[in-house]
Design a protein around this ligand. Structure first.
Ligand code: FES
Length: 317
């Protein structure tokens, strides 16, 4: 037993580094994902690194939801997806520890954490770094799916396993001149058949590549964070992918939305529809109706939060 005394963080907040950065685990990953990152199922919940920030701080900094933020500290930088959330306290931000140079080179949060260590345990001050936060000036955002491991060179990228291959988030500070050449290099597909929808006035590009009649890769580009159904696109890989460029399931196929329950593959939209229809109004009822939350249970707090939000909305109406 060692008697210890609480001490303030060694990293001091300054006008240059005014935010306290807390780092930690997320629900479905472990360490640097050397094992959990191989599971397509575990990657469905959170496919890229993020920065959780209070709505007031995000507004003051001009950080829109799903845009990208640049953190600086210790002479290093990280670029992370913005997650605006009341769970973050004002003046404090949270970022996960799991992404490495292999999965998201600008998502390595350890780079901005100071070298101070606890005198007894030797643990780094990973819960109390001092950082600056600013918008990352992206000219374009991209989302891609590919059956083969892609080779991204963009300023920002994060890749994750999917059932049929890979999914990839991208962004860049400069817009490439030739999107076809860019996509062919990204996917390593010099000869594959290309289908393309392009609206250069709005900065929108959609490219799908087929080999032997099968969809092997697709890239969606927009000047704003790309709004397509990621689960749907990832599920089209390896099939005909005839409607892939629409980015959404057809009207006869409801979009389940981002996966909330990774164990059972249940999306946020599916849970919200069950709540809104009145068919399931408790965590247990949602489990009984959809299966969500009935295996490892780690998504149950998020299901409870969806229910609480729905009740608040109803009370306000
Ligand atoms: S994530 Fe395991 S039960 Fe939902």
């Amino acid at each position: 037993m060692i008697a210890v005394h609480a001490a303030p963080p060694k990293a001091k907040l300054t006008p240059e580094h005014p935010f306290r950065l807390n780092t930690g685990r997320i629900r479905d990953q472990w360490h640097t994902m050397t094992r959990s990152g191989r599971s397509a199922r575990l990657n469905r919940h959170m496919g890229e690194p993020f920065l959780e920030i209070h709505p007031e701080d995000a507004r003051a900094l001009g950080l829109a939801p799903a845009s990208l933020a640049e953190l600086r500290g210790q002479g290093a930088r990280a670029v992370l997806r913005v997650l605006v959330s009341e769970r973050a306290r004002r003046g404090e931000v949270f970022a996960p520890i799991h992404w490495s140079g292999e999965t998201a080179p600008t998502g390595r949060i350890d780079a901005v954490v100071g070298p101070h260590v606890d005198p007894h345990s030797g643990q780094p001050e990973a819960k109390a770094a001092a950082v600056s936060v600013a918008p990352f000036a992206a000219k374009w955002f991209g989302f891609a799916v590919s059956t083969a491991l892609p080779a991204p060179k963009a300023d920002y990228w994060a890749r994750a396993r999917s059932e049929q291959g890979w999914r990839l988030e991208l962004a860049g500070a400069e817009t490439p001149e030739d999107w076809e050449a860019e996509a062919r290099a990204l996917f390593g597909l010099p000869e594959a058949r290309l289908t393309r929808v392009s609206d250069s006035a709005r900065g929108i590009e959609r490219l799908a590549f087929h080999e032997d009649g099968r969809l092997v890769a697709a890239l969606f580009v927009s000047p704003r964070p790309v709004a397509v159904s990621r689960e749907h696109l990832a599920s089209l890989l390896g099939g005909e992918g005839a409607q892939a460029l629409s980015g959404r399931p057809g009207a006869d196929m409801p979009d389940p939305g981002p996966v909330l329950c990774a164990c059972l593959g249940v999306g946020v939209n599916t849970i919200l529809s069950a709540i809104e229809s009145g068919a399931a109004l408790s965590v247990e009822a949602i489990g009984a109706a959809l299966g969500a939350g009935t295996n490892c249970g780690s998504c149950r707090p998020e299901i409870a939060a969806l229910l609480a939000n729905a009740r608040m909305r109803e009370a306000a109406e």
